[in-house]
Design a protein around this ligand. Sequence first.
Ligand SMILES: Cc1ncc(COP(=O)(O)O)c(C=O)c1O
Length: 451
Amino acid sequence: MTNQQTDEEISASNLSNTDVVSRAKEVVPGGAQTGLRAQAYDCGDVAFDAAEDATLTTVAGEELTDYHLAFGPIVLGHGHPRVDSAVKEAIDRGVLYGTGTTELEVEVAERLTDLLPSVEMVNFANSGSEATYHAIRLARAHTGNEKILKFEGCYHGWHDYVDVSVYPPAAELGDVDGGPERRPYPESDGMLSAAVENTVVVPFNDPAAFREAMATHGDELAGVILEPVPHSVGCLRPTDEFVATLDAETSERDVPLIFDEVITAFRHSAGGMQSELDADPDLTCVAKAMGNGYPVAAVGGRRDLLEQAGGDHESGVVISGTYSGHPVGLAAARETLDIVDSEEVPEQLADLGDRYRAGLRDLLEDHGVEGRVVGLRSIFSLQFGVTGEPRDYEDVVGLDEERFRDFAQGMRDRGHFFTPNPYKRHHLSLAHGEADLDEYLDDADEVLMGV
Ligand SMILES: Cc1ncc(COP(=O)(O)O)c(C=O)c1O
C-alpha cells in the first residue's frame, strides 16, 4: 500500500489532497482546524474523505492505516456499528432539549460513577478542555484560592488556566530562583498574564520538589492537576512514591487533586488510571475514548465539590453549555463504555501494544539506531536520539525531531498514518490486528534502514 498519488487515483476522484488543502488555506488559518492538525502537512498535504475500522481514506483515494486515531478517542475503531447505530437512534428520538434532564444523561452519569472509583457525581461537557476548565473553577470555588499547580509536560487543554509549560522549548527551561519550581511558560500568544502568574509549575515524578512547592504555596493553591500518565510527551510513568506524595500532600491541605484522565480513562482501563494507582483524586476529567470519536466529556468527583454547581441562581459555581449533555455524545458514550467494560478492550489492546513496542525495540537494536520506545498498553511512541526511561519533561526535550519526521514520512509513503509531531504518540484500536502489526514492522524495518 502506498500513499503516493498516482494519476489514476487523482483522476478517479477528481481531487488531490493539495487541491483541498490549498482551498483550506484561503479560508482557514494554516489550512487546518488547529495547529496540531496542520502538522500533518509536514509529511505532505492531506485531506480526508472517509474513515472506517483502522483505515483512513484521503480525497485522492489513498488508504492509510490510522495510528493517529484523532489523538486517541477512537478506541473501538472508526465507525463502530454499535456506537453509530446508538447515535442514530438517539437523534431519531430528539436532537437537543437544552433544559431538564433525560434518562440517557442519568444512565451515563451512573455508569461513570460506577466505573471511576473516586467519582460520585458528574457534569457533562463536549471537550476535554471544557472539563478541565470546569474542574478548576470548582476547585477555586472550594478553596477560595486562585493558584493552580501543574507539572511540566502535561497538557490539559487550550484555555489560559492550563496552557502553560506543556512543551517549553529547551532555551526557555529554567528554575524559579534556583528552587524546585519551573519557570511558567505560556504556550500561546494572547494569554492572560494573571493566569500564567497564578500557575505553579513543578517537574513530574519529583516528590521532593512537589513537597517543597506545597510547603511554599499550599495555603494559596486552588488545586493540583496532572495527567496521571503524561502522554502529551509520549509516556511518563509515575513512580509509586510520587503518586503517594501527591495524594498525601493534597489531602492534608484539602487542596483538590485533579486527575486529567482525558487520554487514559477507558483507553488504559475502564476504571481509569485511578483504579490502579494508589491515589484518590478529588476531581477527574474524562473525554476522548469515552465516546469513540463523538464529542463528549465530563468532570466528575467528590459530591461536595460537584454540588457547588447545583444551579442556584444566587450563588455557587456556574457550569454551563448549550450542548452539554448532548444526546449524540451521550448515546455514543453509553455504548462505548459498555463495550470497553464488557469486552475488556483495554486489556485486549495492551497485548497488541506490547507486541508493537517489542517489535520496534528489536528494530532499533538491529539497525543500531539510537532511540527508545515508550508507552503503555494501546499507546506507544518512538523517540529518536534519547535513551533510558523518561521520568520528566527534561528527559524528553532533547529528542531528535527531524529524524522522527523522516520516519513518519517514510511510513506515510508506505501507507501508515500518524502525526509527524515527535512528542505525540501512536494509538491502537480494536480494529487493529495481526496483519497491521506485521505490515507496520516490515515497513518500519525498511524505513529505519534508510533513516
Ligand atoms: C490530557 C488531556 N487533557 C485535556 C485535553 C483537551 O481536550 P480537548 O482537545 O478535547 O479539548 C487533551 C487533548 O488532547 C489531553 O490530551
